[in-house]
Design a protein around this ligand. Structure first.
Ligand SMILES: *Cc1c(COP(=O)(O)O)cnc(C)c1O
Length: 388
């Protein structure tokens, strides 16, 4: 069949291939330690599920506005004001089928052939693919462990051309877990304003922070940067609601209106009763977030210590999200070979860094129980020894 040209330009997910292999091995009864999960391992908190169940029982089962249920848009606008210091109203917000859908809507509304989008690597694997699907060009800027895998203001400045439309900022980061400091965010904001480009800030991990790290939303740093900022966020990671598919985008009204038009012809509204669960997530006690964070904090400590004790691996300490992104260069292996051999020989599943534009790294998620972490780190150590 002759398929559309655009599909030949995107790559099927490498991460899914490894995850599928790990799953198949588990299915055969093999004891696999999996660190490939990109989602919290907790159930969605009960009060959130209850609120959605109540809405379902009350008949919130019909089409709703493509932009989202009005009380949820209001609740998100309040959240953005209170948590992030962003002066948005409900009309600045669209509710989407997850953070991924937020970004996809944004690319369709904003990017056209000829437009350049600056993406620091390591990056979340969907960013460049979305830019491509929208017909734009990704400009990948490689960062290093020395800069904490963060783009420097100089790097951003050098990457900007007259064609630059958008810069994608993701802090805390997937896959590195790194968090930009308030000063670093400020320095990037100055470049963005001076060059008069737009920034989308993917803040999906904003609540998953350690050791006193602070999340600063770039749009809160002044009116000029606020006008050039789009916020992408969602409920998946902070509230363990990955399967619910609820996210949101916030930004200038004309842009949000454009995304509502796109959504009205593609997905229509987000599952109506699920949105009432999201309202409960925002408006109820945030203790559930703290409880998950406590578990992540312990696991991160153990995994990082074990990992850095393995000769041949090195991993900077990340301040956010639930990933570690060690450098594997000393093993002489590239990330795909490393990940495949580790899975085949020692039954440990990790994601090869090449999926995130970094072939000298692997990504380990610690959104799993402590026993798996202990066992997996032992196996990883044995594997690395065989390659040194
Ligand atoms: C998980 C994730 C998202 C979005 O997830 P959804 O499930 O679509 O809400 C967005 N950005 C990053 C960096 C992520 O890791």
């Amino acid at each position: 069949m002759k398929l559309a040209e655009r599909i030949s330009q995107v790559t099927p997910s490498i991460t899914l291939a490894i995850a599928a292999k790990a799953k198949a091995m588990k299915g055969e009864g093999i004891d696999v330690c999996s660190f490939s999960a990109g989602e919290p391992d907790f159930d969605t908190p009960a009060h959130i599920k209850d609120a959605a169940a109540k809405a379902l029982a009350e008949g919130k089962t019909k089409y709703g506005p493509a932009s989202g249920e009005p009380p949820l848009r209001e609740a998100i606008a309040r959240k953005l004001k209170n948590d992030n210091g962003l002066n948005y109203k409900a009309e600045n917000v669209i509710v989407t089928n997850g953070g991924k859908h937020s970004l996809f809507n944004l690319m369709l509304a904003l990017i056209e052939p000829g437009d350049e989008v600056i993406i620091p690597a390591p990056y979340w694997l969907s960013y460049p693919e979305m830019v491509t699907l929208a017909g734009g060009t990704s400009v990948i800027v490689t960062t290093t462990a020395e800069s904490g895998y963060k783009i420097t203001p100089e790097q951003l400045k050098q990457a900007i051309t007259p064609k630059t439309k958008l810069f994608i900022l993701n802090s805390p980061s997937n896959p590195t877990g790194m968090v930009y400091s308030p000063e670093e965010i400020q320095a990037l904001a100055e470049i963005i304003v001076a060059a008069d480009i737009l920034v989308v800030s993917d803040e999906i991990y904003e609540k998953i922070l350690y050791d006193g790290a602070k999340h600063v939303s770039i749009g809160s740093l002044g009116e000029e940067i606020f006008q050039r900022t789009i916020i992408s966020n969602g409920f998946a990671k902070g509230y363990s609601m990955t399967g619910w598919r609820i996210g949101y985008l916030a930004g200038p009204v004309d842009l949000i209106k454009a995304t509502i038009t796109i959504q009205s012809h593609s997905t229509s509204n987000i599952c109506t009763f699920a949105q009432y669960g999201a309202i409960a997530a925002l408006e109820s006690s945030q203790d559930c977030v703290q409880e998950m964070l406590q578990a992540f904090t312990k696991r991160r400590q153990v995994m990082l210590e074990r990992l850095n004790a393995i000769p041949g691996l090195s991993c900077p300490k990340p301040d956010g999200a639930f990933y570690l992104f060690p450098d594997i260069r000393q093993t002489g292996l590239k990330s795909l070979d490393f990940s495949n051999a580790l899975l085949e020989e020692h039954q440990v599943a990790v994601i090869p860094g090449i999926a995130f534009g970094a072939d000298d790294n692997i990504r380990l998620s610690y959104a799993t129980d402590m026993a798996t972490i202990e066992k997996g780190m032992e196996r990883l150590e044995k594997f690395v020894k065989t390659r040194l």
